[in-house]
Structures are given as C-alpha cells and as structure tokens.
Design a protein around this ligand. Sequence first.
Ligand code: SF4
Length: 151
Amino acid sequence: MPAADPEAALKRNAISEVKKIYAELAAMPIERSCTLRAECCQFRLTGKTPQLTRGEALIAARALRATGRKVQPSRPDGACPMLDPFTSRCLIYENRPFGCRTHFCAAAGGPYARKDVLHLIHRLQEIDERLGGDGAHPIEDAVAGALQACQ
Ligand code: SF4
C-alpha cells in the first residue's frame, strides 16, 4: 500500500470543507437575483477584486485546470482572468470563490452584509491557516500560487 501523503490529505480536506461552506452560503435565506451580467467581474471598472483564501484558491485553480488550461488567461482589459472573453461567462462558475458569491452588483440586490456571513469567513480563514496561508490575496495572485502548488 502506498504511503499516505499528509499534504495531499490536508488539501483534500480543505477543499471539502470550503465546498461545504459554499453550500451553506447557498442555503442561506438571502434573496439576490444575479442575471450573469458579469459587471462585478470587470475589476478595472468596479475597483474591486475578490480576495481568496488558500482553500478557495485551490478549488478555483483545479476548476481552471479542469477546463484544460494550465495558466490563467491574460485579461489586459482588467477583467477577471476567469471571465471568458468570448462568452463573457465565468470559466469556473460552479467553483467561483466566496467573494463572487456574496458581492452582487446593485442590479442584483447588492452585496451581502458582512455580519451575515462573518461566521463563514472565519471558517475560510481557519482553513487558510491550516494550509499555511497568510490571509486572503487578490484572485489572480491566489490562483497563480495554487496552480503552481498543484503542478
Ligand atoms: S471568478 Fe468568475 S464570478 Fe468571480 S469575478 Fe471571476 S469571472 Fe466573475
């Protein structure tokens, strides 16, 4: 039997826990109506970039790799690298990070109140610490690091 890989087990557990957090978030009774306008994915226009903890970055990086990409697409227009320039759809929508699930544009109902999701943010931070992270980082940097780590 091959020796257990503690690093791989740690990552697997982290991924599973973060996915549970996403599921709990989706089950919260907060009404929003996102119509996939992707306005919030235009970072240069909004001035805001999702900040990812390590567990979230691992999930996003694996989802991107599952599309057949080994690196993040370049977006010289300042949009999120996960936003497909041809379809204007998120390449990793099912695995998008926490910030993309809580920061809605005004047309969709606006962002969630931080106090309503703070307990989930704390859990993401705990997972980040367990993975040796030092807090959340902008999506492009966080995913770049996770892509390197899962090579
Ligand atoms: S990860 Fe997806 S939903 Fe989030 S900002 Fe990027 S393209 Fe938009």
